[in-house]
Design a protein around this ligand. Structure first.
Ligand SMILES: Nc1ncnc2c1ncn2[C@@H]1O[C@H](COP(=O)(O)OP(=O)(O)OP(=O)(O)O)[C@@H](O)[C@H]1O
Ligand SMILES: [Mg+2]
Length: 359
């Protein structure tokens, strides 16, 4: 058993338990159980009572509370912006999801092996915290993998071959892009601009143009329903509901897809600029491989209408949306788990350094 000393107990438990892979995303957490498929796909949101710090809800139920909570309840996203902003809450959330797997999957003997896909910006201490959270939630062994690599493996790109390939994973908090060859990352760029930033830009836009205050969730809905990164064949409209900032009264405004495109153009531009910067730093031989195969787009942000067209135009080569882009990371992590012997070099083992408070 790779790197571990052989233990008969783990051998027996491993025989019975089902391995699981987790995409610990800033927007959504997805859990895949080997042989079962995806069993959990929920927002990475935790509702907390401010007074006694008690956790009231996790996942979908907690997201429902965003922007609707009384003053004493806060709905937090512990991984917002691609870093673990709240350690303990992340740990509790991970714990909760791992436990939930056991409720949903009968016969899952409680000592699975776990692989977690993480934003590449997380620090050593955070990696170790995630690793330890998996172990304390009952994992027999826990491994970590960087999101863009897991996404590329999930898309089915030949990362271990000598040909170059490229993936752009646009999530909620981060857009991560990387060029791979011979099992390694040749060039990579990570920016903290992705889906959330588009929602924020739309909130700002409605405020500035219409004096209309809308919530984050309304903005996200508008982005998903009529948002785009490239002119649409048929432009659309929808009604935004919010509060007028001057009168303080409820107000409805009809907004067009042209306006939403303008509103989110800043973040789209930033993603395109990061892509061009990554391509600029890529050796010419690999560029030629990528031109032949195209750039794969993964993550929920890849579903934005016209993004592939827009990035194709800017890169002067084809960019295409991967199959089922939101689950690429968890499926890639799952593939690594199925072939730990062959693919173990893609995993990160957290350093056994003490936590700052233990030093
Ligand atoms: N149809 C759609 N059009 C545009 N954006 C979408 C669509 N569907 C989902 N999104 C956006 O995708 C983002 C979530 O994507 P995803 O689940 O891949 O993020 P994540 O993996 O949790 O985040 P990260 O990779 O940053 O850690 C959200 O910002 C969401 O609004
Ligand atoms: Mg992601």
């Amino acid at each position: 058993m790779r790197g571990d000393s052989f233990s008969p107990i783990n051998f027996v438990l491993g025989f019975f338990s089902r391995d699981i892979s987790i995409d610990l995303g800033t927007a959504n957490t997805i859990v895949l159980v080997r042989g079962q498929g995806i069993v959990i796909n929920e927002p990475s949101v935790v509702a907390i009572d401010r007074n006694n710090k008690k956790i009231l809800a996790i996942g979908g139920e907690a997201k429902e509370m965003v922007g609707r909570t009384p003053a004493n309840i806060v709905a937090v996203r512990p991984l917002k912006d691609g870093v673990i902003s709240d350690f303990t809450v992340t740990e509790r959330m991970l714990h909760y999801f791992i436990r939930k797997v056991h409720e949903r999957v009968p016969l899952a003997i409680p000592r699975p092996r776990v692989v977690v896909g993480l934003p590449s910006g997380v620090t050593e201490v955070e990696k170790r915290a995630v690793h330890d959270a998996c172990i304390s939630a009952g994992a027999r062994e826990a491994y970590l993998i960087e999101e863009p690599l897991a996404a590329a493996i999930g898309v089915g790109l030949p990362v271990a071959d000598s040909v170059g390939s490229m993936v752009i994973d646009i999530g909620g908090g981060t857009s991560e892009m990387a060029v791979f060859s011979l099992g390694g990352v040749v060039v990579s760029t990570s920016i903290r601009v992705a889906g959330d930033e588009m929602d924020d830009s739309l909130v700002q836009y409605a405020r500035q143009k219409y004096n209309l205050l809308i919530g984050e969730r309304t903005a996200e809905r508008a982005k998903i329903e009529i948002g785009s990164a490239y002119p649409l064949e048929e432009e659309k409209t929808m009604v935004l509901r919010g509060r007028n900032l001057i009168t303080g009264l409820p107000q409805e405004v009809e907004i067009s897809s042209v306006e939403v495109r303008e509103a989110i153009s800043g973040p789209v531009e930033a993603i395109s600029a990061a892509m061009k910067q990554t391509l600029d730093a890529t050796p010419p031989e690999l560029i030629s491989d990528i031109m032949e195969k195209g750039i794969a787009l993964a993550g929920g942000g890849a579903l934005l209408r016209g993004l592939a067209e827009r990035l194709s135009e800017d890169a002067r080569m084809q960019a295409y949306v991967a199959n089922d882009p939101m689950t690429c990371v968890v499926r890639g992590a799952g593939k690594v788990l199925e072939d730990l012997d062959g693919l173990a070099r893609f995993l990160i083992t957290p350093q056994r350094t003490p936590y700052p408070w233990q030093r």
